[in-house]
Design a protein around this ligand. Structure first.
Ligand code: NAP
Length: 245
């Protein structure tokens, strides 16, 4: 039986879906599956190498991409029904996640907060005004269970944990404002589980359940399809279970 949540409800009014971070492992799989989904008349990709260029270090690029999206909506008559943000940073040139407080490093902290928190905040600023004021719409940000303060039993990964905890707070806060504007809206943070991408690759330990991005994308889209406005503001895992903040 088909789920009766927000995405299913909007199937009869095909709209526009925007995927941010579509060049990443999970983002590419999400984009491909959305393109095959009849719920969306069009899927747009935003990223550093996507059709609409954005870089979180440059707010003007986000504002320009939002103008483009608004123009496409106006021209096509499509409404922005899904915003899916799949960007994120854990390790790279800017540094590695910290195993101890002795590893705390300003450059790494600034970068992990830029990509995981500040960029998504600016997406809320520039793209949320484009979400429809009536009818179902979903805004979702891929976060991580390690951003849950209640769930932190292991310590470590100070910057990544803190940046994802702050993202969860942004999602909760924006969900309240979005509901005031459109009571049919849903805004959630998602934990994708461990997925086989460049982000997780150095940390994939034996015993961890690592899933291919295609499987994780199917599971996350299944969760989105079942969401209802009462779910808004939550952090949910790929099985649809609410994770405490
Ligand atoms: N993989 C896992 O096991 C796992 C577990 C828990 C949570 N997550 C979360 O899942 C999400 C997707 O991660 P992934 O595994 O697919 O990682 P990934 O393959 O490394 O993709 C990361 C994405 O972030 C984007 N990005 C990085 N820096 C950016 C910047 N300065 N401006 C704009 N975009 C930037 C990249 O965009 P470009 O295309 O422009 O490079 C890319 O699309 C992330 O939020 C991650 O924290 C992943």
């Amino acid at each position: 039986m088909k789920p009766e949540g927000a995405l299913a409800a909007q199937a009869s009014r095909a709209g526009l879906a925007v995927v941010v971070g579509a060049g990443g492992g999970l983002g590419a799989a999400l984009r491909a599956q959305l393109q095959a989904d009849v719920s969306y008349a069009r899927v747009l990709a935003l990223g550093r190498n996507s059709e609409l260029h954005i870089d979180y270090a440059d707010e003007a690029s986000i504002s320009a991409a939002a103008h483009e999206v608004a123009g496409i909506c106006a021209e096509s008559g499509l409404e922005l029904r899904l915003l899916l943000v799949a960007s994120g940073f854990l390790h790279g040139e800017a540094g590695q996640p910290e195993r101890s407080w002795t590893h705390l490093d300003m450059a790494y902290l600034q970068h992990v907060f830029l990509v995981n928190t500040l960029g998504p905040a600016l997406l809320i600023k520039h793209l949320f005004p484009l979400l429809p004021k009536r009818g179902p719409c979903v805004a979702t940000f891929v976060s991580a269970r390690v951003g849950s303060i209640a769930d932190n039993a292991l310590g470590g990964w100070y910057g990544y944990r803190a940046s994802k905890a702050a993202l969860n707070q942004l999602v909760k806060t924006a969900s309240i404002e979005l509901t005031r504007r459109n009571p049919d809206s849903v805004c959630v943070a998602l934990h994708p589980g461990t997925v086989d991408t460049a982000l997780s690759q150095p940390f994939a330990k034996t015993g961890l359940k690592v899933r291919p991005p295609e499987q994780a994308a199917t599971e996350l889209l299944g969760v989105l399809a079942g969401l209802k406005p009462t779910d808004t503001g939550a952090l949910m895992d790929y099985q649809g279970q609410t994770v405490p903040f």
